[in-house]
Write a protein that binds this ligand. Structure first.
Ligand code: DX5
Ligand code: ZN
Length: 216
């Protein structure tokens, strides 16, 4: 399948989110980082803002919830107008029940892993989830450097998904940019989040095209 490029609006101008969503109209999804200042040491936006972003975005929203007690809060984000909702395995009590609830709400359900969290617990549950998000930095901030040691986890996930004949997507988030995206694609990822690389570029739309070409 073709590489999907999901720019993270964490690196956009928070006073001009509608304008900056308009700058990535050639993206596949807009990646929206929701942080609660507990699961990660940073705080961003919540349900009311996500609802408005969903109304004005030219592309569907890919939500990345970096919040505690995902079982309780994630379903509200499915109702907010997102196309995809990702919660962290480390923050969910009953990830399968939650993924089923999200799917029943009409969104793609995805599970994220911090760099030190193994992917193996998910590999017997591929039928239950639409995407695995392999974090390639510690979540919380944009602009960090890519952790090379996460590449074998991507390779193991790709081997398991292909071996099972599943169509679970593999998303990578953190330090994705021109120097790294080729290696990440080669390891087996097919969905690429890029924050500082896209919004730090003079022409974000051209950078999306360049990253997509490098990943394909
Ligand atoms: C970090 C967020 C990322 C962040 C990536 O916790 O989940 O989506 O925006 O930023 P870059 O692409 O700059 O590493
Ligand atoms: Zn993210």
């Amino acid at each position: 399948m073709p590489a999907l490029i999901n720019p993270s609006i964490l690196s956009a101008d928070f006073a001009n989110l509608e304008r900056d969503l308009g700058r990535i109209a050639n993206a596949d999804y807009a990646h929206v980082d929701v942080m609660d200042n507990h699961f990660v040491p940073n705080l961003t936006i919540g349900v009311p803002v996500v609802k408005r972003l969903a109304q004005v975005s030219p592309v569907p929203l890919d939500l990345h919830l970096m919040i505690e007690d995902a079982d309780r809060w994630a379903p509200q984000y499915a109702e907010a107008g997102a196309a995809s909702v990702t919660f962290h395995l480390e923050a969910a009590q009953a990830p399968v029940r939650l993924a089923r609830e999200l799917r029943a709400g009409g969104v793609r359900a995805a599970v994220a892993l911090r760099p030190a969290t193994p992917v193996e617990p998910l590999l017997d549950l591929l039928d239950e989830i639409d995407m695995i998000l392999v974090m390639t930095v510690e979540p919380g901030f944009g602009g960090q450097s890519f952790i090379e040691g996460t590449l074998p986890k991507i390779r193991r996930a790709r081997a398991a998904i292909d071996g099972a004949g599943a169509d679970t997507w593999i998303q990578v988030d953190g330090g994705v940019a021109r120097p790294t995206i080729g290696r990440i694609a080669e390891a087996g990822a097919n969905v690429f989040v890029a924050g500082s690389a896209v919004y730090g570029a003079d022409d974000p739309a051209a950078e999306i095209d360049a990253l997509r070409t490098l990943a394909s």
